[in-house]
Ligand binder design. Sequence first.
Ligand code: DI6
Ligand code: FE
Length: 401
Amino acid sequence: MTTVWQHCHVASMAQGSYSIIEDAAIVTRAGLIDWIGPRGELPALAAERTVDLGGAWVTPGLIDCHTHAVFGGNRSGEFEQRLQGVSYAEIAAQGGGIASTVRATRAASEEQLLASARQRVTALMRDGVTTLEIKSGYGLDLANERKMLRVARRLAEELALTVRTTCLAAHALPPEYADRADDYIAHICEVLLPALAEEGLVDAVDAFCEYLAFSPDQVERVFIKARELGLPVKLHAEQLSSLHGSSLAARYQALSADHLEFMTEQDAIAMAAAGTVAVLLPGAFYFLRETQLPPMDALRRHGVKIALASDLNPGTSPGLSLRLMLNMGCTLFRMTPEEALAGVTVHAATALGLGASHGSLEVGKVADFVAWQIDRPADLAYWLGGDLPKRVVRGGNELPL
Ligand code: DI6
Ligand code: FE
């Protein structure tokens, strides 16, 4: 069906800027954008349907390129304990932290994980999210990592959503490998990754490179295996300390390096050369009350593409609104609203390897867009959450909201 969408303004986000088209029209056909431009230049065509968008601002569908949306239980009890003065180390010694989410995730059935993740993902979608990355990393053995990734695939089948899965088996050390990190890395490389890749459950491979998780040498072994399996990599790097994981990621042409508060200028140079996207996660920065800011000037000066994501996870970023992350990117990291919007559209698409098909409104790309009843694009980063009136179109079809 050919549809003309008109009576709107467009922020197409092509080339990473607003790229505004006032009084625009968009023609969609077979799920793709067939034509986009000023309404006055609309070519004569046989449209089966014309939709009046009521003066809305149209942006690409939002892309949340870093989430841990599938997990068992939650950690609001630990949050409460910490605010009563119990330290993170004490909580960890009581078996809390990531370990408690691993226990809850292992104990949950696939159906239970699906039900709880569905609620969180639906909340993100209410904000105009049409594409989402979901990581494993709370199963930490073959059966439970598989269970998490299967839930991610099922969410994509069930909801009107594009999902990219990431295997984050190298997130934490499972209890059965206590004090044997190298053995666990070998198990990931020899058993977990090959099996899950073979089953078609893995679109990319991630690891947590940090002094309290895995070393750059251990991460590199996982990257070598990913390369052998033909899978792209990404990395949690420089969140709490500087191990130059982001430079390592760049050496493996990673799609992205994420967090990055402690990265150096040399890391930024390496990422720019490799085209590795910097994914900033202001929700985790906020929730952990961090103070070290990512080096925004170095990232800009060297032309590193910057994405923003929710990092939705039970421990450090229970964030259910991507638009709230736009605001936090601006208030906490001093991004401009235009940079923030590029960070959840065009650069987020690149961070998922979807740059050719998603993330901006251009001819030939998928017709995923949101028509917002707002005064100007900066409104998206301005309001602190809440529900903005909108219409969401995915693959050329309007979704019921
Ligand atoms: N970085 C984080 O902030 C989270 N994982 C990661 O690699 C923490 C996840 C959790 O605490 O459950
Ligand atoms: Fe994360």
